[in-house]
Design a protein around this ligand. Structure first.
Ligand code: FAD
Length: 477
């Protein structure tokens, strides 16, 4: 009895709940992946992200081959392509892991209807989170959480599952005859990112595939985890895991990641080390917090959550927006960060907060422009985390702090005190004095000599204006 397992955000074999469920039900289990034009043809797709994803699919195909089965590639509307293939192969069931995104949920409903119409069973699991969105609710009102800190308290107290042994025994794959049928029913060779129209010439910050993600996790746990809380805010240091793309595509199991942190906790002798590990665990919980928020409040995807931002009179100056995108605002820390994003498809978290704050509070540009630009560039671009980060930075989200304003100069002095990060990404400024770099007090003469722009706005003035606009909106709403 053939079972098809539909991979989506779980591009791996080990520690995979849905895949383990499929294997429990049958010895013949075959993977499928559908290249979905509704996702790939949107205008917010990053070449780095597609390149990483295709690389992960290549690796996954190799893994399937090794265990004697296959990963089949489909292309087209999933609600048509998947039932068609399942029917042609006379599959008993199709299994997949659930997702929180509104599009995914709607798509999955349609695929389910298509399969049920053909009398093919469907089974789904929650795999990408340590706790599914329904699992964590307030004790008082049985409501989903809107605030992170109480969410974390409740989330961290729940017992966590251990990594799952997906295949205690390897499955079998398609027979020659079935393979022929599959080919007649939509199966294609895995295309390259270029075939799909995406060109990424730079190196990826994380090699595709499960092995590379596991190695990165090991290396991070040995190297930076024990200093995480002290180092994570300095973008010039290599203090974070850079595992975000692997977590976005489920290239590594979340239970596997968690177990590593528990082991590290058990092996550490000092409170200090334990606090550092806990700080990283809290980041993993932020990931889950934003995913459950998207699941319970899908309206977040569409726009601001809080009233004062519903009709906010954004300035939306296009020249300013382009200067921000290109890293030419005349604010070194902002420009360094945007150039890092453009060049490597990833940006340090501290800098994501700085540039998002600058776009919204200093340039007074609608945060949704920035949200989209990030999606067009990020290797780890993810609706829940990105929307959550942008709404947090714009102060339009569920975060209880009313207005958060960052001063780019203070941020630089605190987090890039030697100007290392700025020198790396804005090389034309590299010969300037550190003091000038980090205070941003670069003379017009120096700016001209370095071919570096004057600041496009004045932070103090803009901040005042923003606050007054915000007060007006607050009173009106
Ligand atoms: P680490 O510090 O090693 O953290 C480990 C993991 O925890 C990350 O890989 C990520 O999966 C998760 N995580 C950490 N911080 C957050 C957070 N604040 N929110 C949600 N998850 C978190 N993260 C994305 O994965 N995709 C995005 O599209 C994204 N967009 C963002 C946009 C803005 C404006 C902001 C402020 C943050 C955004 N983040 C996003 C969150 C965070 O910046 C990245 O997850 C982090 O920088 C990734 O680097 P890392 O893997 O080295 O993180």
């Amino acid at each position: 009895d053939l079972i098809l397992f539909w991979h989506r955000r779980d591009l791996r074999i080990s520690d995979n709940k849905g895949l383990a469920t499929a294997r429990e039900k049958s010895s013949q289990v075959v993977g499928i992946f559908c290249l979905d034009p509704n996702i790939l043809e949107k205008d917010d797709v990053a070449p780095a992200r597609v390149t990483y994803m295709i690389g992960c699919l290549q690796e996954l195909q190799k893994q399937y081959q090794k265990i004697g089965s296959q990963l089949l590639i489909l292309q087209g509307e999933p609600s048509q392509a998947i039932p068609k293939l399942a029917k042609a192969l006379e599959a008993k069931a199709v299994v997949w892991n659930s997702d929180v995104e509104p599009y995914a949920q709607n798509r999955d409903r349609q695929v389910l209807e298509g399969l049920e119409a053909e009398n093919i069973a469907v089974e789904t699991c929650w795999d990408q989170l340590l706790h599914s969105p329904e699992e964590i609710r307030t004790k008082s009102g049985n409501e989903p959480y809107k605030v992170y800190t109480p969410y974390w308290r409740s989330w961290s107290q729940k017992p966590k599952e251990k990594p799952i042994n997906t295949f205690p025994k390897n499955p079998t794959g398609l027979t020659e005859k079935q393979l022929k049928i599959a080919k007649e029913n939509g199966i294609i060779d895995l295309p390259t990112a270029q075939d799909l129209g995406f060109v990424w010439e730079n190196e990826l910050i994380l090699e595709p595939g499960e092995d590379a993600a596991k190695n990165r996790l090991e290396e991070f746990c040995d190297r930076a985890l024990l200093e995480y809380d002290e180092q994570r805010n300095f973008p010039g240091n290599d203090g974070t895991s850079q595992l975000s793309a692997a977590l976005k595509f489920g290239v590594i199991g979340i239970r596997t990641v968690w177990e590593k942190t528990v082991e590290a906790m058990e092996n550490s002798r000092s409170d200090e080390a334990r606090n550092n590990i806990k700080a990283w665990q809290q980041e993993l919980a932020w990931r889950e917090f934003y995913q459950q928020a998207m699941y319970h409040f899908p309206e977040l995807e569409k726009g601001p959550y809080r009233d004062p931002f519903k009709d906010f009179p954004w300035r939306n100056n296009e020249d300013h927006f382009h200067a921000w995108c290109e890293g030419k605002t005349g604010y070194p820390i902002v420009d360094a960060a945007m150039r890092q994003l453009n060049e490597i498809g990833w940006m340090h978290n501290r800098c994501r907060m700085i540039v998002a704050n600058f776009l919204t509070k200093d340039l007074m540009i609608n945060w949704q422009w920035g949200e989209k630009y990030f999606m067009q560039k990020l290797i780890d671009g993810d609706l829940s985390a990105n929307n959550g980060g942008w709404q947090w930075s714009a102060s339009s989200g569920m975060d209880p702090k009313p207005l958060r304003i960052f001063n780019p100069t203070t941020q630089t002095q605190k987090y890039d005190p030697e100007g290392e990060y700025i020198r790396q990404w804005v090389p034309e400024l590299s010969s300037l004095d550190t003091e000038d770099l980090v205070t941003g007090k670069i003379s017009s003469k120096d700016r001209e000599a370095c071919d570096y722009p004057e600041p496009i706005v004045d932070h103090k003035q803009q901040q005042k204006q923003f606050k007054s606009l915000y007060q007006d909106q607050k009173q009106a709403s």
